[in-house]
Design a protein around this ligand. Structure first.
Ligand code: 2OX
Length: 446
């Protein structure tokens, strides 16, 4: 029984405008978490915080006074937004999401609505502007991360239990609207806003406000892209409303996890945001546990694109503005692979073909080209393909050797084998399948 909602989703299904089509085709993005937490790197007095480094203010061993005065040391002498943007360009990312204000409330732009900003640090200059300008100049679209939850603002509330709570939160909601207005007015190149810190009851009880504010922001900046982590409906539902319809331009819940099947994405646009270590977004002096290799990251990228999404990899620069060597290496190696194989990633979508063990299919939007991104060549060297119904493979060739067709050995039930060497692979490779309409003659028809 569909509920009549005042503040639920206002659209069913994907956005169909040009800005969203561009977003849908990105394939690979970069996240950057940078702020006061980067000064600590997850450590204080030789002790390491075992949570996510950008949450260190919430650590029991971190005196709030120590954290809240640390911005007086924030002076990134080596920060060079152009170098950041060029590293991202070389990596092949098409969009970047950058932290303007994380949960700690420190603003990397000179906000008029609080003193807790970069303008009052030794560095003084507007970091958000430098990042927006430098990345835009490299042709990388910029999205601004904004945490609604703001531990520094005395009017923030986790819940609204008293009249005083509600009065304070009214002031906080206006503060939030004012900061978002200045971000969109001062950095108009911004393509979208990436909201975080919206899981508490105070925000869940503000469904009408979130609806009005989202509509206001989109009026201020037509085409603006906002994910499903922003809105609440009038019953406090987030991401999807009481009728199960996505509230937002794309599903923003895939944080450090990737959908297993296409069914998991429910026909929505989506992206996955991922850390290189197992957890932790801000700079961490010591990466605890496993961190992902370039080939693992390429596989996650292929997996996301094969299921119709984008993959966004996080970088956590040091407080001085430099990147740790592991991150520089990953950007370089991933970029070298993208230079050769990005055709299988950019402007590609879900094929609907039956997934095979060797890797992932992607399909070039609007073209009769399917890509096989091969990660696991079986010892037989035989790669099985099973095209979707009414689809025939005209020819197959390595993306790196378009003139040399690979032989397709027809099998039963519309499947084929492509035989390749079974050894000698150091990284994933791409096979192009040029397709056409049609269907295999069934055995009986032969
Ligand atoms: C994009 C990432 N989102 C922030 C986050 C996620 N969470 C969180 C909160 C509740 C449950 C699970 C995760 N808390 N903060 C992280 O700090 C980082 O900014």
């Amino acid at each position: 029984q569909t509920k009549v909602l005042q503040h639920g989703a206002h659209r069913v299904g994907k956005r169909t405008d040009a800005e969203m089509a561009t977003w849908r085709g990105y394939g690979l993005g970069q996240f950057i978490h940078w702020g006061v937490y980067s000064l600590f790197g997850g450590e204080l007095n030789g002790n390491y915080y075992n949570g996510a480094a950008e949450w260190i203010r919430s650590w029991k061993d971190m005196p709030h006074g120590v954290y809240d005065s640390a911005y007086k040391q924030f002076n990134p002498a080596s920060f060079n937004a152009t170098q950041w943007a060029k590293m991202a360009k070389q990596m092949g990312v098409r969009y970047v999401t950058f932290t303007t204000k994380h949960h700690d409330g420190f603003c990397l732009w000179p906000s008029k609505y609080t003193d807790y900003t970069i303008a009052n640090s030794p560095y003084k200059k507007d970091i958000v502007k430098q990042v927006v300008d430098a990345y835009s100049k490299e042709g990388i679209d910029v999205y601004l991360y904004f945490s609604v939850m703001d531990w520094h603002n005395p009017d923030w509330r986790y819940d609204l239990k008293t009249k005083e709570d509600s009065a304070a939160f009214e002031r906080f909601k206006l503060f939030t609207k004012n900061q978002l207005t200045e971000l969109l007015q001062q950095y108009p190149q911004t393509k979208g806003l990436w909201f975080d810190g919206t899981w508490d009851n105070s925000w869940k009880k503000s469904g009408a406000f979130t609806d009005t504010l989202e509509q206001y922001l989109k009026t201020l900046h037509p085409g603006l892209i906002i994910g499903s982590r922003f809105r609440a409906d009038e019953f406090g539902n987030r991401h999807v409303d009481a009728n199960g319809v996505l509230m937002g331009d794309y599903e923003q819940g895939w944080e450090r996890k990737i959908p297993k099947t296409y069914a998991d994405v429910h026909g929505n646009d989506w992206d996955c945001v991922m850390t290189i270590p197992e957890n932790g977004w801000g700079y961490q002096k010591k990466w605890l546990g496993h961190w992902k290799s370039t080939n693992e990251i390429l596989e996650m990228t292929a997996q996301c694109v094969s299921l119709g999404g984008n993959f966004v990899l996080n970088f956590g620069p040091r407080a001085d503005g430099t990147f740790r060597p592991e991150e520089v290496t990953i950007a370089k190696e991933a970029g070298d692979w993208m230079k050769i194989n990005s055709a299988a990633i950019y402007n590609c979508e879900y094929t609907g073909w039956e997934k095979q063990d060797w890797g992932y299919y992607t399909k070039k939007t609007g073209e009769n080209k399917v890509y096989m991104i091969v990660f696991n060549v079986p010892v037989s060297g035989s790669l099985k393909i099973k095209p979707a119904k009414n689809t025939l493979v005209d020819k197959a060739y390595l993306l790196t050797a378009p003139g040399k067709n690979l032989s397709l050995e027809k099998l039963d039930y519309g499947a084929s084998f492509i035989h390749v060497s079974s050894t000698g692979y150091k990284q994933p490779f791409v096979i192009v399948l040029e397709t056409k309409e049609g269907s295999e003659k069934s055995d009986e028809q032969k």
